[in-house]
Design a protein around this ligand. Structure first.
Ligand code: PFF
Length: 457
């Protein structure tokens, strides 16, 4: 068969390995610091239902589109489009993915680095004695040296795992750390929901307030679902190219989506009830991002019995969640350099890591010494975050479903997800219908609305 994996191409060694790697990519900072607050502030249970609807109805079909492209072509994000649609401009969608990966990793590694600082502050006991947590965060994040050192460490570990390869690096790393992550989150959840006063937070989180749902909320739910599943930039095309031909893609994609949603809900149970138990100001006015994790939660840990331990566990799990995502993003660029530029994995990893780190350092310093370098009122970090997560990812996802729905076509798609006809399921045609008609409209609306409505993705 023409599209069997070539003998010397890397691949994941086991089904669990595929799921651990893809779920590792999906579960990240987005689940832990963004999802809980966005859900709590936008209708709780109502937002959650919408979100789950989008994960199942749109997220899984897009994920399957990416897996299909990668596994069929057996190539990196750009090479896949070149191979499946030769001599057409579709390869540009692949290049958009590579650029997006570059930009995401630059700002994501800044925040991932912060988690190490906080892990160390928790372990050394400093965090528990800080008077003013906001001032502490402001001093640290504007420092010209410490955040850069932690970012270098994150990029070094990320590069090391990617350099070790698919089975010996990415698969091994995520197979060990994802179960650890689940257990640690479970521990913190048990602690958080058993705090006195936590019940109010659980109620607040899950009570469906439909009056908080409007057009903007619906768009936010879809945007969050897309970012959280790591769709729209070629990560899952790249990982898909390492998936064995006998893997049941629909079941893999569904498992990954379920795991990602489960962790997002667990993270909410870890964060929101604890905030209710220990802070008085309410959470309506909090903004997602640094504020919640680096300023509010340290106060919660300070007030909680055994807070030192839980702070250390929390920041450790945040670092782990971030790392299993950063490796998936770096692999997009490394696979591209390796296959399209004929580099060895070692050389591709060094070149990709070093160049992303240079951009990343600028993003880190934009909280302090480079704060005045701004475009459209945004710092370097702000631009990278907005352009990649809000604009490029959305357009990437749109073009990916258009490609599978209208260019690759029904028979190739069905061939690939049925493993050349060996698996039968009535769902395959339903998924294709969504990819062809529903997903492009839904994602297209978000892509356009993102320009007009502030803060939806
Ligand atoms: N899904 C990750 C999160 O929720 O934090 C972020 C992410 C990773 C987005 C990889 C995109 C990506 F390709």
């Amino acid at each position: 068969m023409a599209n069997l994996p070539s003998g010397n191409r890397d691949s994941f060694g086991s089904k669990f390995g595929v799921i651990a790697a893809a779920a590792g990519s999906a579960v990240g900072l987005g689940n832990i610091w963004r999802f809980p607050l966005v859900t709590a502030q936008n209708g709780g249970g109502a937002f959650l239902l919408l979100y789950i609807g989008f994960i199942v109805g749109i997220g899984i079909p897009v994920m399957l589109s990416e897996f299909t492209i990668g596994r069929r072509a057996q190539l990196n994000a750009m090479g896949s489009f070149k191979k499946l649609a030769p001599k057409t401009p579709w390869f540009l969608v692949g290049s958009l993915g590579i650029v997006t990966a570059f930009a995401i990793l630059a700002f994501y590694s800044t925040v991932a680095g912060w988690t190490i600082e906080y892990l160390i502050e928790a372990l050394s006991g400093k965090l528990i004695h800080i008077e003013d947590t906001s001032q502490n965060f402001a001093e640290f994040s504007t420092d010209p040296v410490r955040p850069v050192i932690w970012q270098l460490l994150i990029m070094f570990v990320t590069g090391g795992v990617v350099y070790a390869g698919i089975q010996k690096g990415i698969e091994k790393f995520t197979k060990i750390l994802m179960p650890v992550l689940v257990v640690l989150i479970g521990l913190v959840v048990v602690r958080a929901v058993s705090l006195p006063g936590a019940g109010e937070g659980v109620k607040y989180l899950f009570f469906p307030d439909w009056s908080a749902v409007n057009f903007k909320t619906v768009l936010m739910a879809l945007g969050q679902a897309a970012f959280s599943l790591s769709i729209g930039m070629g990560t899952l095309i790249t990982y898909g190219s390492y998936i064995q031909k006998d893997n049941h893609l629909l079941s893999t994609a569904s498992t990954v989506a379920l795991a990602d949603t489960f962790i997002a809900i667990m993270s909410s149970l870890m964060v929101i009830p604890a905030i209710f138990a220990f802070t008085t100001g309410g959470i309506d006015n909090m903004s997602p991002g640094p504020g919640l994790v680096f300023e509010v939660l340290p106060n919660v840990f300070k007030a909680m019995p055994g807070g030192v331990i839980f702070a250390a566990v929390f920041f450790f799990l945040l670092t782990v969640a971030a790392l299993t995502s950063t490796i998936s993003v770096l692999e997009v660029v490394v696979a591209y350099l390796k296959e399209e530029m004929n580099m060895t994995r070692a050389k591709a990893t060094v070149i990709a890591s070093v160049s992303i780190t240079v951009l990343g350092i600028l993003a880190t310093l934009s909280f302090g010494v480079l704060g005045d370098v701004q475009l459209f009122g945004k710092t370097i970090f702000g631009i990278l975050d907005y352009a990649s997560a809000n604009v490029m990812l959305t357009f990437g996802a749109l073009f990916i479903v258009l490609f599978v729905g209208w260019k690759l076509g029904k028979s190739s798609f069905l061939d690939e997800i049925s493993n050349e006809g060996t698996i039968k399921s009535g769902l395959f045609k339903v998924v294709f219908f969504i990819i062809r008609y529903i997903a492009p409209v839904a994602i297209g609306i978000i892509a356009i609305a993102a320009f007009f409505i502030k803060g939806i993705t």
